[in-house]
Design a protein around this ligand. Structure first.
Ligand SMILES: Cc1cc2nc3c(=O)[nH]c(=O)nc-3n(C[C@H](O)[C@H](O)[C@H](O)COP(=O)(O)OP(=O)(O)OC[C@H]3O[C@@H](n4cnc5c(N)ncnc54)[C@H](O)[C@@H]3O)c2cc1C
Length: 439
């Protein structure tokens, strides 16, 4: 039986780019963790913004829901269509061109389907840096990064996606194109409409291109893995580092023992850099555009002061790029190790930095009281108050999510729940990747 809408879509993008066979659609219908499964009338893969606008107009005219999809790494099911099969999935993957680079203006104009890694590479080729960095950077796409207001490991220095964009091009829900593709740092012509689309997860339109801010390339780094007595000490250590090293503090990640143990157990080659079994560790990185910046000496001095103040008990400083990469792997492989482990409930929790120790203590206590067998796997971007805390080994997953959400509401924390099985049966793989920018 022919489907008039699909015939129209084929006429727009070409028959090869309208998928309606179950096996072809499968990678687009299941999320990264294999937790969410949906159905779709078709998966459409437009080549550019003009095609995409016509696809949206055709779906809107037919009253058919649309689900935009980038790299499908979002973890919350936002890119997975509902099970009723009514929606058309619109994949951005073919809108993957770097449209322009303006080194003098420190901007890069890219299409929404460029992977984050490709954008980082384009910036590096121009002698600049695009600072958004996530463990999913080999797979996630700029449109998805914008639509989730992605953060990552360098937010404390460069800000999250909302702060890294100067202009957007968006296809609106009726198929019109909103052209806000400007590269102005000061734009006082009126409302900042682009901000409405950032973090909107496709509800107000589909992002097709963006003007991104570039920064000076980093030419020297110092990286350390530091044992701290508790999260309160970690917060104070960050304050000390910032006081001593200022803007050079580019990453500050906390890793609880349970998270580290998962990586040591499930990731081949992973090794604990410290001899003890500290309950809490932090990954610290200083970076600078100057090739000869004395970062190692500066970090050593700051850590010595931290030892004297009782804010740190042990530390390992990377002596080479390979060692730094191994330290980063301990942090970035946590999600992968969790997938191997099995059932888990993930929350992307944001708390004011000053209240993180209280959050971890109160949430941990409340959960242990209610579910004695719960394991709280706490880790994340403590530098910007964002912890993708996970609950694992639960008998009653749904109810503990509700409990954690209740706590978040009463404490002023913000949490995006992504309850999941964490099974390893995902049909689409996510390329995790971290490159060392050599000094
Ligand atoms: C190992 C791992 C580590 C991660 N680490 C982090 C982290 O540190 N920080 C962080 O913030 N996130 C992190 N994430 C989550 C995820 O990678 C980010 O949210 C990423 O920005 C999603 O991009 P994506 O292209 O995969 O989007 P998708 O998953 O495809 O989509 C996400 C949402 O955006 C919508 N969308 C996608 N493209 C568009 C578009 N062009 N226009 C409009 N709407 C669109 C989708 O409909 C969906 O609602 C991690 C994920 C993994 C698997």
């Amino acid at each position: 039986m022919t489907d008039p809408l699909l015939d129209t879509l084929r006429a727009i993008v070409g028959a090869a780019h309208v998928l309606d066979v179950a096996a072809d659609m499968a990678p687009f219908l299941n999320d990264w963790r294999g937790r969410y499964h949906g159905n779709a009338r078709a998966v459409v893969r437009p080549h550019d913004a003009v095609e995409l606008a016509r696809v949206v107009a055709a779906c809107a005219a037919a009253g058919v829901p649309m689900v935009p999809q980038g790299g499908n790494t979002g973890l919350c099911g936002g890119a997975t269509p509902l099970a009723d099969g009514a929606a058309v999935v619109i994949s951005l993957a073919r809108l993957n061109h770097i449209r322009a680079i303006d080194a003098d203006n420190d901007t890069l104009t890219v299409e929404a389907g460029c992977t984050l890694a490709a954008v980082q590479e384009a910036a590096a080729a121009a002698g600049r840096m695009f600072p958004l960095a996530l463990a999913s950077e080999g797979s996630c796409m700029i449109g998805g990064n914008l639509s989730t207001n992605a953060g990552g490991v360098q937010v404390l220095r460069y800000g999250n996606m909302r702060e890294l964009v100067l202009g957007l091009e968006v296809v609106l829900p009726d198929g019109r194109v909103w052209d806000g593709l400007r590269g102005l740092r000061k734009d006082n012509t009126g409302y900042d409409l682009k901000q409405l689309f950032i973090g909107a997860e496709g509800t107000l339109g589909i992002v097709t291109a963006a003007v991104l801010k570039l920064f000076p390339a980093v030419r020297s780094r110092a990286t350390a893995w530091v044992a701290v007595p508790d999260p309160a000490a970690a917060v104070r250590l960050l304050g000390l580092l910032r006081a001593d090293c200022g803007e050079r503090v580019s990453a500050f990640e906390i890793v609880g023992r349970a998270a580290l143990e998962l990586v040591l157990q499930h990731i081949p080659g992973a090794r604990d850099p410290l001899a003890g079994t500290s309950a809490w560790t932090v990954l610290v990185e200083l970076s600078d555009p100057a090739a000869d910046a004395p970062l190692t000496a500066q970090l050593e001095a700051a850590l010595t002061a931290a030892f004297d103040k009782g804010l740190a008990s042990d530390a390992a400083l990377a002596a080479s790029a390979a060692q730094a990469q191994a330290l980063w792997a301990l942090r970035e492989k946590i999600s992968e190790a969790q997938r191997v482990e099995g059932i888990s409930i993930k929350h992307d929790v944001s708390v004011p930095l000053s209240r993180i120790p209280e959050f971890l203590a109160r949430a941990g206590r409340a959960l242990a009281q209610r579910w004695p067998d719960v394991r709280v796997v706490a880790f994340g971007h403590i530098g910007d108050g964002n912890l993708p805390t996970t609950l694992a080994s639960l008998r009653s997953a749904g109810r503990s999510t509700a409990s954690c959400m209740t706590w978040c509401a009463s404490s002023g924390a913000r949490s995006r729940p992504s309850t999941g099985s964490g099974s390893s049966s995902a049909t689409r793989s996510c390329t995790t990747r971290r490159r060392w920018r050599s000094s």
